[in-house]
Write a new protein. Structure first.
Length: 255
């Protein structure tokens, strides 16, 4: 149900639904109502193209946790969540591919070079039907290609959601261990909530930022604004759902 609501509430789909309804009304002779819907859709597109609504919605998520300048003492390893891998392209082309959240793997590699003694736990599999259509498969190729010590990397390749990563990943760690959690900055509050609910001791290390110090007005780029708003809807909706479902102990987890 939540996935369906998220699918429906995406800005680009709402525009398509609005235009489809307006077209049906105009064809049926409901000219006044049809035109009003067209005007409303156009106004929404114009406002989203000018006003940085998506950035306003994402900024509180990305600003919730700050990156530590120095890693805390006692960190057992680096816990990186799947999501930066383009599994479809990897599977189709046979070439390890990253998507817009690929910073998760890049930052993990950088930290691994700076702290070579730390273990790395990659968590996330996906819903692919083949071995190569799996997040962990792509991550293995990337980490190996970047020259990381593969003997220090553990892969949890069954989880399909953040909550499942928090649950299934516990099989690979000791109860008194402390982990550096790497994921997209907008995803960090929900991820921290899910892992804390499973008893993890995690220190947030957000990556893959979408916002800067200032929100930019007047981009006149509807696709950019719609994309930002889609991310915000996904994460704010996820926070609400995780709290209601008991997968997090807080509505908006804090440091």
């Amino acid at each position: 149900m939540t996935s369906f609501l998220e699918w429906v509430l995406q800005p680009d789909r709402l525009v398509l639904f609005g235009l489809a309804i307006a077209t049906a009304l105009l064809v049926s002779g409901w000219f006044v109502v049809g035109r009003r819907i067209v005007y409303s859709v156009f106004t929404a597109i114009l406002l989203l193209s000018i006003i940085p609504v998506g950035e306003w919605a994402i900024s509180p998520l990305e600003d919730r946790f700050q990156r530590p300048e120095v890693l805390p003492a006692g960190i057992s390893g680096i816990l990186v969540l799947a999501g930066g891998e383009d599994t479809g392209i990897t599977d189709a082309r046979g070439v390890a591919s990253l998507n817009g959240a690929g910073d998760r793997l890049v930052e993990t590699a950088i930290l691994s070079q700076a702290y070579p003694d730390l273990l790395i736990l990659f968590s996330g599999g996906g819903v692919g039907t083949s071995e190569s259509d799996n997040h962990a498969f792509t991550a293995r190729l990337i980490f190996s290609g970047l020259g990381l010590d593969t003997t220090k990397i553990i892969y949890e390749d069954e989880s399909k959601t953040t909550a499942e990563s928090a649950e299934l990943g516990k099989r690979f760690v000791s109860e008194d261990s402390s982990w550096l959690l790497i994921t997209s900055a907008s995803h960090m509050p929900r991820a921290v909530g899910a892992f804390r609910a499973q008893g993890w001791d995690v220190t947030a290390f957000p990556v893959d930022y979408h916002t800067g110090d200032e929100s930019i007005w007047g981009r006149f780029n509807f696709l950019h604004s719609a994309g930002m708003l889609s991310i915000a809807i996904h994460e704010w909706g996820g926070l609400i759902w995780y709290r209601l479902a008991g997968l997090s102990q807080s509505w908006f987890p804090a440091p």
